[in-house]
Design a protein around this ligand. Sequence first.
Ligand SMILES: [Zn+2]
Length: 300
Amino acid sequence: MVGISQVAPHIYQIGPVGHVFDDVMVYLVTGQKVALIEAGPGVSAPLILEALQKLEIEPARLAYIIPTHIHIDHVGGAGLLAREIPWARVVAHPRAARHLIDPTRLIAATRQLFGNFESELGPIHTISETQLLVAQDGETISLGTEELKIVYSPGHAPHHICIFDMRSRGLFCGEALGCYPMPEGNFVIPGAAPPDFDLELYLETIGKLEKLEPEMLFYSHDGVGHDAKKLIQLVRESVRAYADIVLPAMRAGDNPGQITKKLEAYVSSIVSRPVELTCPRPVQGYMAYFERNGLAVKGS
Ligand SMILES: [Zn+2]
């Protein structure tokens, strides 16, 4: 049974829907029309349909499916849902659109990270060009009574968008403002992931999103943040702190396991308890970025 919670008068959080990813959340913004923010991996599609039913939302009202970016835990279920609800448009940044029409590269990249993912995460299906709605930075999606603004937000991935709900001033931030805040509320894990994490762009995007002055952050991993101003400041600090630890460690010849230990020591000191960083992707993301930019020369 899927969890549903109302997080604003017209917004519901559904999840976790990820199966293997046990913190993946999707959101429904309900106006005259309804938008689904994030699609989860393929295995989440039946859970999302079940939630629509429980909330007594007529499928006919579901007009938009808006994944923040095309990593499998955010977009994997979009093709399946698009088949079930053929009148809904799948909204994507121009840089994501071609990989949804022809997911060959998306499937190959997913296989590289997760192996044979289909049995655990569900398949990735093609989305027809006619069902796609390519959205540029600043474009507005109307739900009749509600307005959603698309904000291009690269850094985590080059095709990442955030969605700003004008009424609640809530920002669906995907992974652009970190994966999730620690329960202590004073540390946010940077949203770095391979292969395309870009530190400079990520920091630029944090500044861009801060200027929107959001009041709430709807994270795609874990939960809802209510003190948006503070959480944005925290993620900026943690993104820089990770860089200050990972780069010297790479130059000293540390392997990913040793670098993770250093990061664990740092995070533990902030939250005042022992922390184990089990997700390898932030470290992999930073290492790929520094290698790509020729910065991680051993002994330099
Ligand atoms: Zn991602």
